[in-house]
Write a protein of this length. Structure first.
Length: 458
């Protein structure tokens, strides 16, 4: 019951305490814990039995005394205050302002755990989002309402790529407001400053809501950060009719925090020590993206995760790939060549691309050009492997022609400046110029009418 404090705690184990439960306590309820000096800490119920409640504290449990500390069940779930003043603000991982300004003026609070979207109410994503990045727009198109993660590795420029997408993302099919929500979990201070400075310098900070749980913040806070970010996104999309792009980084830090809590609770571990419910927990976050019937707004999600040891079969990228509609994979070898962005051509995929490109959406030749670039680049990879064995001088003239195509594709199409914003027409034009390196009889994936229109007549 709210307002009633219970004295005494059964046990403390890291960020988790066990207390006697109140009569009406429920899973996810917020609990206020006060130590002997009346210092208040906030936690939430993560498990219940007939007599006891397991409470996860958002912060340190240092100084909590088993006999003198008190607990108060607040009869409410974790909530985020939402309102008109969200845009342009910076919050910590629990939704508290850290930009020097007071809380937003609003009486509306929303449960951060969200609600599952009824599949019947979903609208199939079809609208093209232009990011200005050829390797994404041309070959792995982002669609409004899609979940398209970035699979990266330590030291790769995923943060720079995410910032560029936020700066340049644009909806071509309609002149509608487009805003961004950024959620950072376990990120370093310099990375947090990088995003803030980048958004300020480019003038988009007024259209961005930022939630940052820094590396020195309690790891438990990382569990709440993406939920706060998605709650803000849902308010802006479904109540204010805006189109929202959500960037979440780094999902690996989120999963590590989940594993830490699971270990503390003594749960039976799954693959590599992660809890058995890792898949359903990630799905709970990723599935909060999409478009809903009757609502003008939409949520497009770009989660970023660093693959441990660049292992794409690791549980985190593996399960993420099952839930989301494709992935953008960053390649360390391309990055070492000095390429930016180092988007790997073949492992990257956008499963919704086919429904958002073509006549009336991007351009009539988009699908054919993309398919031909993928097919030719795949052959380039095979020829490079062959050349590593027999030597490049032993290759046939046709094989050498493909090698020249591969070099041009990487230098002219995949590589571009960090502040270079290409239109889809520019991207496709570059693609056609590179395809001229190949024999016309090998362009079998392209409609002959398009070859005549875009290659022969230009």
């Amino acid at each position: 019951m709210r307002g009633m404090e219970h004295r005494g705690i059964v046990s403390v184990d890291g960020p988790v305490i066990i207390v006697k439960r109140s009569e009406n306590s429920f899973y996810g309820e917020i609990v206020a814990v006060r130590d002997r000096f009346a210092e208040k800490r906030i936690g939430r119920v993560i498990d219940l039995s007939e007599e006891y409640a397991v409470v996860q504290i958002f912060g340190s449990t240092s100084g909590i005394d088993l006999n003198e500390s008190t607990t108060e069940f607040l009869d409410t779930p974790m909530e985020l205050r939402v309102g008109e003043g969200l845009l342009g603000r910076v919050f910590n991982g629990l939704g508290e302002p850290v930009d020097g300004y007071p809380h937003i003026v609003s009486s509306k609070k929303v449960n951060v755990n969200g609600y599952p979207i009824n599949p019947y109410a979903r609208v199939y994503p079809k609208d093209f989002i232009q990011t200005g990045i050829s390797s994404i727009d041309g070959m792995n198109t982002l669609i409004r309402g899609q979940k398209l993660p970035i699979f990266s590795g330590d030291g790769l420029p995923h943060n720079r790529l995410a910032a560029q997408i936020v700066r340049q993302a644009k909806i071509l099919s309609a002149d509608e407001e487009f805003v961004m929500v950024f959620g950072g979990m376990g990120i370093k201070y310099d990375i947090a400053r990088f995003f803030i400075n980048t958004f300020e310098e480019s003038g988009v900070l007024s259209k961005v809501v930022m939630f940052q749980s820094l590396a020195d913040s309690p790891s438990i806070e990382r569990i709440i950060t993406p939920r706060c970010a998605l709650t803000a996104a849902e308010y802006l999309a479904y109540e204010k009719g805006m189109h929202v792009l959500v960037v979440l980084t780094d999902m690996t830090n989120y999963c590590e925090a989940l594993r830490e809590i699971s270990t503390t609770r003594g749960e039976v571990p799954g693959r590599k020590g992660y809890p058995g419910y890792l898949y359903s927990d990630l799905a709970e976050l990723y599935e909060r993206a999409g478009k809903i019937k009757g609502s003008k707004g939409s949520i497009t999600q770009i989660p970023i995760l660093t693959m441990p040891n660049d292992d794409i079969s690791h549980p985190i990228p593996d399960l993420t790939g099952y839930i989301t509609e494709g992935q953008i994979v960053l390649d360390r070898e391309l990055s070492q060549k000095g390429m930016y962005p180092p988007v790997a051509g073949l492992p990257s995929l956008s499963r919704l691309m086919k429904d958002g490109i073509g006549k009336g959406m991007t351009r009539e030749d988009h699908k054919d050009v993309s398919s031909q670039l993928f097919a030719a680049y795949s052959k380039v990879k095979s020829i490079r492997n062959l050349a590593a064995i027999i030597g490049e001088e032993e290759l046939s003239p046709s094989d050498k022609q493909y090698l020249r195509f591969g070099e041009r594709l990487e230098k002219e199409f995949l590589t571009q400046g960090e502040y270079e914003n290409r239109t889809i027409e520019q991207t496709l034009t570059i693609g056609w110029n590179i395809l001229r390196e190949l024999p016309k009889e090998d362009l079998y994936r392209i409609n002959p009418d398009f070859i005549k229109k875009y290659m022969e007549e230009q």
